[in-house]
Design a protein around this ligand. Structure first.
Ligand SMILES: NC(=O)c1ccc[n+]([C@@H]2O[C@H](COP(=O)([O-])OP(=O)(O)OC[C@H]3O[C@@H](n4cnc5c(N)ncnc54)[C@H](O)[C@@H]3O)[C@@H](O)[C@H]2O)c1
Length: 277
């Protein structure tokens, strides 16, 4: 592979992916809104660009074999903010990729495309969307766009419905939803190296005993997560207060995103939950 473009390269997840992606191509072009990145790999260059800027995406993506698209607002926010970075940002990436003959886009979708399903439903990769926020809705839009560009132009896409990617497990919800950074890296590597993917969807979760999702239809991607949030269960459950079983923040896949009003941050809610407030 000659060239991979990574958007969102300065972010929490993008920064985990830079070095592993640099090993998979002759050239890695990392991009984000910040002025520069430290510790560039020997075959990595950095381009400051807004994903909502079509001309900038046309320049960035020219000559790429694959695009790993992680640049977006990762939380609920006003519709206007989500419109620019997430809806328009996804469109510019797909449009530029199709124009430049890119083979595949690996896309950071989210569990919040399915967030209103109750946790008692083991969600599969081919059930209808059920978004919980404008943020989740933007992920539904991008997944549908990925499907459309595959059908019309043969532009492949692997949509990663990432659940809760983080360092150590932080709260009771994450006992099911955790995606360790090592497993995230494996998931993206497999999405890049699998010879044919067409349009695919896969949940980004670790090998958690309490995982509430079903990835069996995406088994061909060869993703076999190694970490298990159960290793943290005793410690986490010991400090978890009594949970109201009627509270959608606990009983829906989207967690607190299922209960926050549209436009209000869900990440802040999760932070408070982790701090026991
Ligand atoms: N962290 C998770 O658990 C999680 C879960 C589900 C999905 N995701 C998705 O993964 C991706 C990365 O998330 P993260 O946790 O690393 O978030 P992050 O905020 O740490 O990183 C996102 C990056 O995107 C960049 N960005 C935002 N708007 C942009 C724009 N208009 N143009 C260019 N760059 C822009 C930001 O500067 C930031 O560096 C996002 O698409 C997010 O929706 C993350």
């Amino acid at each position: 592979m000659k060239k991979i473009v990574l958007t969102g390269a300065a972010g929490a997840l993008g920064s985990q992916l830079r070095a592993p992606l640099a090993k998979l191509a002759d050239e890695l072009v990392s991009s984000d809104l910040v002025d520069g990145l430290e510790n560039l790999c020997s075959n990595e260059t950095y381009v400051k660009a807004d994903v909502g800027d079509q001309a900038a995406m046309m320049d960035l993506i020219e000559g790429a074999d694959m695009v790993v698209h992680f640049g977006a607002i990762p939380d609920e926010a006003s519709f206007e903010e989500i419109l620019h970075s997430n809806f328009l940002g996804a469109y510019t990436v797909w449009n530029a990729s199709q124009k430049h003959g890119v083979r595949r886009i690996i896309y950071a979708s989210s569990i919040h495309a399915m967030g209103m399903y109750p946790k008692t439903t083991r969600i599969t990769t081919d059930m209808p969307h059920r978004p919980d926020t404008f943020y989740g809705l933007s992920k539904c839009f991008a997944e549908d766009m990925a499907s459309m560009y595959w059908d019309k132009y043969g532009l492949e896409a692997v949509c990663l419905r990432i659940y809760s990617a983080s360092g150590p497990v932080q709260n009771a919800r994450a006992l099911g939803s955790w995606l360790s950074y090592d497993d995230l890296i494996q998931l993206v590597e497999k999405s890049v190296t699998t010879p044919i993917t067409g349009f695919s969807v896969i949940y980004g979760v670790s090998n958690n005993d309490r995982s509430p999702v079903d990835n069996s239809k995406a088994a061909f991607l060869g993703y076999r997560p190694k970490d298990n949030a159960e290793d943290f269960a005793e410690e986490i459950l010991a400090k978890t207060p009594q949970i109201d079983p009627q509270d959608k923040a606990h009983m829906c896949h989207g967690g607190p995103f299922a209960t926050v009003p549209l436009g209000v941050s869900g990440v802040q809610f999760i932070k408070k939950m982790s701090e026991g407030n």
